[in-house]
Write a protein that binds this ligand. Structure first.
Ligand SMILES: [Zn+2]
Length: 205
């Protein structure tokens, strides 16, 4: 079925164009797995042609920004020592550090309880899939899709999936930009043409 076999050396390097490294269906980390494989958690099949577009830019890891908080804390420490004397100042400063540490710890717990999952859309081995911000995933097999189109509208572009049973699916707010949607449409059209032209066996490279 799959026309492509991974060379032993090729390791998964993230889905292009965003470099996404998690399973788009279940968010399992795919780091360290082969470049052509299936998600160990949900079975989602991917290859080196699998593409994923993220609707929102990935938020910065909190740990990077948190270092900044220690700059004002150090200033406060100095002021506390000057104002309350060395012993009381240091005690006040340590209490403040403990408080800040507790807040960071609580924040970590909240984040891990509600991991941030961005809306995304992508093209897999034989499917087009879409995950909304609430985590709901929809999957359309390529063999059921007739065409993919970008509809320009005044309140944001809409992606239209035309299905072979003459129904269609409209997806709004699924791309960061009109250009990203255009890239998706171009890729999807090429994949559909290749798929219809010989069920993946026409992989020339
Ligand atoms: Zn998965």
């Amino acid at each position: 079925m799959s026309g492509e076999i991974a060379s032993p050396a090729s390791a998964f390097a993230g889905f292009q164009p965003a470099g996404w490294t998690e399973c788009p269906i279940c968010e399992y980390s795919l780091k360290g797995l082969p470049a052509v494989h299936a998600c160990p958690e949900c079975g989602f099949r991917y290859d080196t042609n699998t593409r994923i577009w993220i609707a929102e830019p990935r938020k910065k890891q909190p740990s990077d920004a948190r270092v900044v908080i220690f700059i004002p804390l150090t200033v406060i420490g100095f002021l506390a020592v000057r104002w309350a004397g060395p012993i009381l100042g240091v005690i006040l400063y340590l209490i403040l550090l403990l408080l800040v540490g507790a807040i960071i710890k609580l924040d970590d717990r909240r984040r891990s309880a509600h991991p941030w999952s961005p809306p995304l859309i992508g093209i897999g081995v034989e499917v087009i899939f879409h995950r909304c911000s609430k985590g709901k995933v929809r999957i359309w097999p390529l063999q059921d899709i007739k065409d993919v189109r970008q509809l320009i509208s005044s309140d944001g572009d809409v992606l239209c999936l035309e299905l072979k049973d003459d129904r269609s699916r409209m997806l709004k707010n699924s791309f960061r930009s009109s250009k990203a949607m255009q890239a998706f449409v171009d890729t999807a059209k090429a994949r559909l043409a290749g798929f219809q032209g010989g069920h993946e066996s026409s992989n020339r490279d």
